[in-house]
Design a binder for this molecule. Structure first.
Ligand SMILES: CSC[C@H]1O[C@H](OP(=O)(O)O)[C@H](O)[C@@H]1O
Length: 406
């Protein structure tokens, strides 16, 4: 099992290399694939071999760095005609077009756009390909390093905030939490966003148990939603929770209300990620998030969005301005997975001793489908926005003040 979504080998600064974990093959197959240029970045992001707003930004940025590395190679530049290294202005303009192409891979998550804006600013200031590579290298290392550090800070901020709220409501026993999609190490540089809060809550619970503290709030169970139709919950979040040995029960997307109503273990919060948080706190996230928020409000369960500053869109006023990506119908009508022996769930192997990827049809080929990859949760349904800076809550008028994040 590997939770390392991105492998960036920078041992030799003049020969950088990148591999990404092909998440389409999880949880049964662990396979890394190389990224060598912007085309590889575009296709692995578009195909969702790598996904998750922060991870998309990091792989996109790395693919730009690797393309710039190629432009430092005479062997490469002499074998192509798109770039003319003898004309720096032309080269810069050609690279800008490549950044716009990369941005079109997945329009809803803002992290990639924020990162490519930063790279464009670096490009505008650069005088030659050598300094450009150095500056984009520094930016990339900072982006990856900050993400992991900020996720741990964010996880602890979110855990501390919930435990404090439970203390205030005089709640001193075991509880469960809900989460949707995958917001863990497979969507980031490590630890995760919403799943990072869950990791911090689990660490707190284990510490209290080790100290035989029982008359206190402890998170003892996670209920990840399967997250149809790409199944990030069943294929990725369940995989991470099993890896970390955090007690969890995978539940159908359609069972949320019944789970909350019938659970003997009190469910006290939902933690979700974000692909884009706009100025008023309206949040784009995986399809199904909005209805989770509505159900949480109905049951009086706290609903938290967890995301780093890199997920903030400070140019868009409210959710009406968010473009929601629609995925192709086949991703809905087909379920992709690995052929397993139903008696023992072991992968069936082909003649080369390799697991077999399979797709099964679950809808009539001719039926229309609607397959939005995200929805937009109005800020009215969000109790708090957890970031590495702190936890933001609404004022008495029900409005978020997020200027500190802009
Ligand atoms: C910390 S990941 C944020 C976000 O990305 C996921 O979308 P996708 O798997 O389509 O890239 C999901 O919406 C997560 O909440």
């Amino acid at each position: 099992m590997s939770l390392e979504s991105i492998k960036f080998d920078k041992a030799d600064k003049d020969n950088l290399s990148v591999e990404i974990l092909d998440q389409l093959l999880l949880p049964y197959v662990t396979k890394y694939i190389s990224i060598d240029n912007i085309d590889d970045g575009f296709s692995t992001i578009k195909n969702m071999q790598v996904r998750g707003a922060p991870a998309i930004a990091m792989v996109g940025t790395l693919s730009v760095l690797l393309e710039i590395q190629l432009l430092n190679s005479k062997e490469y530049t002499s074998s192509q005609s798109y770039y003319d290294l003898s004309n720096w202005l032309h080269t810069k303009n050609q690279l800008k077009k490549r950044l716009e192409y990369l941005l079109s891979s997945r329009p809803t998550a803002v992290n990639l756009g924020n990162a490519l804006n930063d790279i464009t600013n670096i490009l505008e200031q650069s005088q030659d390909i050598i300094t450009l590579k150095d500056d984009v290298y520094q930016y990339t290392c900072q982006l990856l390093g900050n993400d992991l550090k900020d996720n741990i800070t964010m996880g602890n901020n979110g855990a501390r905030n919930l435990l404090s709220l439970l203390e205030k409501e005089d709640f001193h026993s075991n509880f469960g939490v809900l989460t949707i999609c995958n917001t863990g190490s497979l969507a980031t540089a490590g630890y995760g966003t919403a799943l990072g809060v869950i990791r911090s809550l689990w660490e707190d619970s284990q510490k209290k148990s080790a100290e035989n503290k029982n008359d206190c709030a402890k998170m003892t169970h996670v209920f990840p939603l399967e997250t149809r139709p790409y199944n990030q919950g069943s294929r990725l979040t369940a995989y991470e929770l099993v890896h970390d040995k955090i007690p969890a029960t995978l539940i159908p997307d359609s069972s949320i209300a019944y789970k909350i109503a019938s659970s003997p273990l009190p469910i006290k919060a939902a933690f979700v990620g974000a692909d884009r948080i706009v100025r008023n706190g309206d949040t784009a996230n995986k399809i199904g998030t909005f209805q989770l928020a509505v159900i949480c409000k109905q049951f009086g369960i706290k609903f938290f969005v967890v995301a780093p500053k890199t997920t903030i869109d400070n140019k868009t006023l409210n959710g009406d301005g968010i473009i929601v990506e629609e995925r192709k119908a086949e991703e809905f009508k087909l379920v992709s997975g690995t052929l397993v022996d139903v008696n023992n769930f072991e992968p069936v192997l082909d003649q080369n001793n390799k697991p077999i990827s399979a797709k099964v049809g679950i809808a009539p080929p001719e039926v229309n489908v609607w397959n939005p990859s995200f929805d937009v949760t109005p800020h009215e349904f969000i109790d708090g926005i957890v970031t590495e800076v702190g936890v933001f809550t609404k004022n008495q008028n029900g409005n978020f003040t997020l200027e500190e994040l802009f």
